[in-house]
Design a protein around this ligand. Sequence first.
Ligand code: ADP
Ligand code: MG
Length: 350
Amino acid sequence: MNSSILLKFQFILLASLFTLSACSKPAPVFHETVFTMGTLVEVTIVGADAKIAEEAYSAILDDFNYMHNTWHPWKPNALKRINSLLQTGAPFPIAPSIMPLIKKSQILSEQSQGLFNPAIGQLIKLWGFHQDNLDEIIEPPEGEDIQAFLKNLPKMSDVKFKGISMFGTNENIQLDFGAFAKGAAVDATIEHLKEFGIKNAIINAGGDLRAIGNKNGQPWRIGIRNPRADGIFAAIEISGDESVFTSGDYERYFESDGKRYHHIIDPRTGYPANKSRSVTVIHSNAATADAASTALFIAGPEKWHAIAKVMGIKYVMLIASNGDVHMNPAMAKRIKFTIKQPTIKLSNPL
Ligand code: ADP
Ligand code: MG
């Protein structure tokens, strides 16, 4: 287990202790943690018959494993095959297992003005962020290689559909759904839990989660991780059907010459985005929340509001690189700081 995974595990434990402490009356609680989709996934089901909860959990484990294997950007799988076919430009039959990800991310990429761009897999690889272990990266890529890639920057709109075929229109295209697959997987598994008749549950994938229902009549309480210290920065209550997703510069990074290079790349510059420490969004759909947290992180304090509007996001908290906390008024109403209150920059309503 590498250190970033260990940190995530500690954080999930912290967040779940926090969640459990909000519960007063006893109700049957099913609780399991598993390593899948490259992270620790914690499943909590409340108020369901134990046998049904077990069955549902086992079913969604299969889902997670399937999605992990099919959508992993670098393992030999359906996505890898599609990537090599897209690069040729020749038409080939649409792959049903990847199609929904492509279609949805095309819309989200466009709405984000290309800041969320899952077509830049080659750039991610150039940086080395496709590897599980970042310990061996000693320096950033050559500026020339980044510039050469940017000259012919692939976009999601370079994936075209015609009848039952698809093809690529940019030889640099390489799909990497790292900023979005976790959200899509959380959506798919929450829908599957609902099919089992489960009404109250949280699926928490490394601190990013979607919750349905409530916790024995009480809202779920969620901790938002402090981007610059251990522990929780703020808390938020959710109920009904909501997802809370955070993108941060502390998740995956390497250091070279005393400088931190993290894994969220600004497709305009080819370098890690440098305007934010973290962005948290709340949205009904986890895949949209996942893509939006990545896009708004790159957008930074000046641009996040305009892009959130187009993406249809109603709750945003952005911690800028100088530590200021930017929020829309609706988010500010829901956030409770668990540390000394930082400088708040309230935006216009979304
Ligand atoms: P995490 O998965 O840690 O929650 P994100 O959702 O922000 O973080 O996703 C970061 C991952 O997304 C990177 O590891 C990389 O694979 C991919 N990525 C990086 N920059 C972009 C971008 N601009 N658009 C789409 N995907 C990106
Ligand atoms: Mg994301």
